[in-house]
Write a protein that binds this ligand. Structure first.
Ligand SMILES: [Ca+2]
Length: 199
């Protein structure tokens, strides 16, 4: 069983004086980096049978769109690999999502994710890559030939990385242009000692 590290966030307390009105704004506390979360892209809830386009700089729950734009696919629009929602890494253009989470330096982590692609158009083969702390860890492609919204044909991909520090940023980026991208869902980050994740 993994030992949960207690992350102590040292909040710098700024000695601000309220400026007369009493309507002093609380300075946002430095966000504590937490464990990897919502790899299934279930939060926030996108409109059912539709999707929400999220552009660079905007969050998707614990994730953040770091370039271009992606579509958060709502329940019923197409098949999800897990839960109701998934992410098309292309909105009108190639996009990327990333999440920074707490890790233990030197520990090995296994990343698994479900991969498919938007079958509605564009080149049959959609491509992208998974990155750890900005380094390319896995190029991926998915051939959407014969796939449908009802049968997306998800496959599972996996790779491992050794954490370099107390936080790690995991990203998924499309490398295909246009509005139809690779689709990811059910991202999991697990650690085992020794690393022999039996699932
Ligand atoms: Ca999901």
């Amino acid at each position: 069983m993994m030992v949960t590290r207690v992350l102590v966030a040292v909040a710098a307390v700024a000695g601000l004086f309220a400026a007369g009105s009493g309507a002093a704004l609380a300075a946002p506390a430095a966000a504590a980096v937490s464990r990897f979360d919502d790899g299934s892209f279930e939060y926030p809830t996108a409109p059912a049978n539709a999707f929400t386009t999220v552009t660079a700089g905007q969050p998707i729950g614990p994730w953040k769109v770091t370039s271009g734009a992606v579509d958060l696919i709502g329940a019923g629009f197409w098949q999800a690999a897990e839960g109701d929602q998934s992410v098309d890494l292309n909105a009108g253009q190639a996009g990327a999502v990333a999440q920074t989470f707490s890790t233990t330096a030197g520990r090995t982590y296994t990343v698994t994710y479900a991969l498919a692609a938007n079958p509605a158009g564009g080149p049959a083969v959609k491509s992208g890559r998974a990155l750890v702390d900005g380094q390319n860890f896995q190029d991926f492609t998915f051939d959407s030939t014969g796939k449908t919204f009802a049968a997306m044909g998800y496959v599972q991909r996996q790779f491992t990385f050794v954490a370099g520090g107390s936080t790690t940023t995991l990203a998924f980026a499309s490398t295909v242009s246009g509005p139809y991208g690779p689709v990811i869902d059910d991202v999991r980050v697990e650690t085992c000692r020794p690393c022999s994740c039996a699932k």
